[in-house]
Design a protein around this ligand. Structure first.
Ligand code: M6R
Length: 363
């Protein structure tokens, strides 16, 4: 049932304020403490986290690396499951291995998990399907409470994965004495306001639809972001190529001059994700290098960012302003909607894109 939407993907994008609210509610108790299902997890007793996943779930892990490192000061490795499983990496003592999967059935992720059995201290999973194989073989199962996701392009599962991973990073910071109770309360109150912030972001739909007309004409599209926006740029590029079949690539903005800038001309739209955070000026200077070569910039930022740097952009998409740590949840919306509207403009099969399966149970 598409609940009045043209596609499951549109429905699932629109559901995000509700489902992330549910995900948040399931992990915070009445006293404002972060609670995990049994047997729980004490981050004070681990030295390293290894995060493994595929596709969009991998980008959720990449985002979480920034959170765990910056907020909880835990060293983190992130890997795609298909590489991890065959590389046979050494697993140091006191490592917790964490697997993220919407379906819980992805063959490579499951194989990576089995590789860690008997090597990692603990095996934790973040899944949407608690009855799945990955969940059955984990010591601790953290459900994301996104509800059934039908669209092959993952949307609400991604933002719910981000919620659970962010809460884990906060808990880790508390467990390790890196954050006091007041700071935790501030983070949680900002997180609790995200459902309504995402609703506001969804209202910028018309701007995204308009910008997507430019994308629909393109053969190649570049996505740029720094820090927490780098994984979001990767996610935006993946969404676009999956459902619109347009070649899209993402780069960390700082890598631009190490190669991809050679691609820029007036035919290449460049989507720049740049909230006004501590890296904003750096990203903007990369964006100006693109404009100087006649690249068509679509700048996604908040009001302050657009006022400071929007001039000369081909299009701007204005989002609310949120604390830096929470920008990934918010910038997921344009990552998804730009792809969605581009695919609709091109007339491709949004919910069942060619060559793709919802759950990749063979390698
Ligand atoms: O079920 P999983 O989360 O393990 O699936 C992983 C990927 O196959 C999945 O995220 C894929 O990349 C999506 N089609 C992305 O939209």
């Amino acid at each position: 049932d598409k609940a009045g939407h043209k596609h499951f993907m549109a429905k699932e994008i629109a559901e995000q304020p509700t489902v992330i609210g549910q995900a948040i509610g399931n992990y915070i108790d009445h006293e404002g403490n972060i609670t995990l299902p049994d047997p729980g997890l004490d981050f004070a007793t681990l030295d390293r986290l290894t995060l493994v996943a595929c596709g969009t779930a991998y980008y959720a892990c990449l985002t979480a690396k920034y959170w765990f490192e910056q907020i909880a000061r835990i060293p983190v490795d992130v890997d795609v499951a298909s590489e991890f499983r065959y590389r046979e990496p050494p697993i140091p003592a006191r490592t917790t291995a964490l697997f993220v999967s919407q379906s819980g059935e992805t063959a490579d992720t499951l194989a990576a998990l089995r590789y860690c059995e008997g090597k990692a201290d603990r095996i934790v999973c973040v899944v949407n399907v608690p009855e799945s194989s990955i969940a059955r073989e984990s010591d601790l199962v953290l459900p994301i409470h996104a509800g059934v996701e039908v669209g092959v392009a993952s949307t609400k599962a991604f933002t719910c994965q981000l919620v659970v991973l962010f809460l884990l990073a906060l808990k880790a910071a508390r467990d390790r004495g890196e954050m006091d109770g007041d700071a935790l309360a501030d983070h949680l109150s900002a997180l609790r306001s995200m459902p309504s912030v995402l609703s506001t972001a969804l209202e910028a739909n018309a701007q995204m639809q308009k910008a997507s007309l430019k994308l629909a004409e393109a053969r190649d599209v570049l996505f740029l972001g720094r820090g927490l926006m780098y994984p979001l740029a990767l996610e935006g590029a993946l969404k676009l190529k999956e459902i619109s079949y347009i070649h899209a690539e993402a780069y960390a903005s700082g890598e631009l001059k190490h190669g991809p800038i050679a691609l820029i001309d007036k035919a290449v739209p460049v989507v720049v994700m740049a909230p006004r955070d501590n890296l904003f000026d750096k990203t903007v200077s990369n964006m100006q290098e693109v404009m100087a070569r006649k690249g068509r910039v679509i700048l996604i930022s908040d009001r302050a960012g657009i006022e400071a740097a929007g001039e000369g952009a081909f299009a701007t998409i204005e989002l609310p302003s949120v604390p830096d740590a929470l920008t990934p949840l918010l910038y997921a919306i344009p990552a998804q909607l730009l792809a969605y509207h581009t695919a609709v403009a091109k007339g491709t099969d949004v919910d069942q894109p060619r060559n793709l399966a919802k759950s990749v149970t063979v390698e």
